[in-house]
Design a protein around this ligand. Structure first.
Ligand code: GLC
Length: 564
């Protein structure tokens, strides 16, 4: 009897292990691989030096060939362009620099015909100060959009606790509704009014989350979502998703707003739609109902110690801390491991922690001495064999190099260095645009030996071919997929090589990573069988079963994947 119960439990575990982790998520998400496109920098079709939607359409076959299954587009809405499109003037219209709404519909149609999903950016927390809503709101308190924004009548003094940090977001204005409005990011980005967690009766501008103004704001947000979802969009990456409710230090009111209202509604209306949080705290965002969240450069939970000298990876050697993925072989895994496992354990089975190869806000992986294709292959092996959904930032598949000297463009500041135009071929401006070089959105790498898609296609050893091979492997081997379990099996005290186990049902893999310029060896617990090598860029990798444990030796700057 006991035996039978055990068997049933084991079988049940197997079944759970094999199905998508959370039945409430879109069914396609567990197998998804995202490709993030910064539209101004991908492909220019009309020769004005700035990328556009018809340009992206013309590259869909290439995108498909990488092995990705979904695209995330940075904002394409009408914008004031003081923050790379994140200062939205019209949430219902495509900016003319990219084309028209019809061009976007055509992109969706053509992407879908290739089996590729299209996800847009949803700037939920703020608009441009040029948005019609703001222009009206700043005039008078009793118009349709008056309560879409927050208008403090004075700047409180002696505030401590939650309210104190909001004071830095007060922007002085001579608008009739002044003297202040509250911003979310830059001064040009007034915060939309989703209410305050605990309104202070002495501060009449602090409305409750369920007051008429914030409720109207929610209806507008749903309307924007429906407008695009009903046109075939597959979901959104929600910008600053944690920012909605003000004075909410533990985020409980923001979580509640998403979970009890927006998510319930979205899940019912669009069960196959995805909502991706830019929250940088999966424990909170998955609780709020998001399908996945990022773990990269920002917030407390980040992977900076793996890839960057500086805290967020800006500028060369900003601090002397040597990152883990560096040929010096002097990095540590400890800080990242503690942060990552905390989040991984917190959301396992409910949602995904995703470590993107890069994004439009921080240094590219191809930077700071890690510009050799073999270094990048080791890093890519990591990104593409971890649990969660992989996100490839456009160009990272060919090793597009960070340009630290790129001039600030559209309010990017230092972020211009990672928003550089894609390099396609040997024609003018690397095939990105036919405009004169001085009109190119952000200057391209002038190096005559720069990598391009064309060169990468021609070289069987290129990073591009490697990325394709990794994605094929990920698809073929469920143990390398989004839902398979993850466990570090090497020791934090001896971080090179890093070895982790991925496991799904009875299938098990070891991923072995040695970013250092030295050959390294690790001894692991004895296994009953010897695994086979199924992928990697290793020159040499051996697995020996000794009486005192299993010993893996791996060549410098190498990655290897074993399957038991
Ligand atoms: C997000 C975006 C960033 C933008 C900011 C304000 O962090 O990724 O690019 O500047 O929000 O919208």
């Amino acid at each position: 009897m006991k035996k039978a119960v055990c068997l049933i439990i084991m079988l049940a575990n197997c079944i759970v292990g094999l199905s998508a982790q959370n039945p409430e998520q879109p069914s396609w998400l567990g197998d998804a691989v995202f490709y993030q496109i910064y539209p101004s920098s991908y492909q220019d079709s009309d020769g004005n030096g700035i990328g556009d939607i018809p340009g992206i359409i013309s590259r869909l076959d290439y995108i498909k060939s990488i092995g990705v299954t979904a695209i995330w587009l940075n904002p394409v809405y009408v914008s004031g362009w003081t923050d790379g499109g994140y200062d939205v003037i019209d949430f219902y219209r495509v900016d003319k620099r990219f084309g028209t709404n019809s061009d976007l519909m055509e992109l969706i149609r053509q992407a879908h015909s290739r089996g590729i999903k299209v996800v847009m950016d949803l700037v939920a927390g703020h608009s441009s100060d040029q948005c019609e809503w703001f222009l009206q709101s700043k005039e008078a308190p009793d118009l349709r959009y008056s309560d879409y924004y927050i208008w403090p009548s004075f700047k409180p003094e002696g505030v401590t606790g939650a309210g104190a940090s909001l004071l830095s977001k007060f922007v002085a204005t001579d608008a009739p509704r002044g003297p202040f409005y509250i911003k979310n990011f830059y001064d040009t980005q007034p915060a939309l009014n989703f209410g305050f967690a605990d309104p202070d009766p002495e501060h009449p501008w602090e409305q409750a989350v369920d007051a008429p103004g914030p409720m109207a704001m929610r209806r507008e947000l749903k309307n924007i979502i429906s407008f695009w979802m009903d046109k075939g969009v597959d979901g959104f990456r929600v910008d600053m998703a944690a920012s909605l409710v003000k004075n909410d230090p533990d985020k409980s009111a923001t979580i509640k707003l998403w979970k009890d209202d927006l998510m319930k509604w979205f899940g019912k209306e669009y069960p196959e739609g995805v909502l991706i949080a830019e929250w940088f705290n999966p424990e909170q965002s998955i609780e709020a109902g998001f399908d996945l969240d990022f773990f990269c450069h920002d917030g407390r939970y980040n992977y900076s110690t793996l890839f960057f000298y500086g805290r967020r990876g800006f500028g060369p050697n900003a601090t002397t801390t040597i990152p883990y993925f560096d040929e010096a072989g002097a990095g540590s895994l400890k800080e990242w491991y503690d942060l990552y496992t905390y989040q991984y354990d917190a959301v396992k089975g409910k949602g995904y922690v995703c470590m993107p190869t890069g994004n439009h806000d921080f240094n590219r992986v191809c930077t700071e001495g890690r510009t050799n294709p073999e270094d990048l292959k080791v890093a890519m092996t990591f990104f593409l064999t971890m649990p969660g959904v992989p996100f490839i930032y456009y160009g990272d598949e060919i090793g597009l190099k960070q340009n630290p000297a790129a001039p600030s463009t559209d309010g990017s500041g230092f972020r211009a260095g990672c928003r550089i135009p894609m390099l396609w071929n040997a024609t003018a401006n690397a095939g990105f645009s036919t405009a004169s070089v001085d009109k190119i959105y952000i200057p391209q790498d002038p190096d005559p030996n720069r990598m391009t898609v064309e060169k990468a296609e021609a070289d069987p050893n290129s990073l591009l071919h490697y990325v394709r091979a990794m994605l094929r492997l990920r698809k073929e081997v469920p143990a390398l997929g989004a839902d398979a379990s993850w466990k570090l099996v090497s020791s934090l005290e001896q971080p090179y090589p890093m070895v982790y186990e991925r496991k799904q049902g009875n299938e098990r893999c070891y991923v072995v990573l040695n970013p250092s310029a030295k050959a390294v060896t690790v001894t692991l617990p004895s296994e009953s069988t010897k695994p086979v090598l199924i992928g990697g860029n290793y020159k040499k990798c051996t697995y020996r079963q000794t009486g005192k444990g299993d010993v893996i030796s791996i060549s410098p700057v190498s990655a290897a994947i074993y399957k038991f």
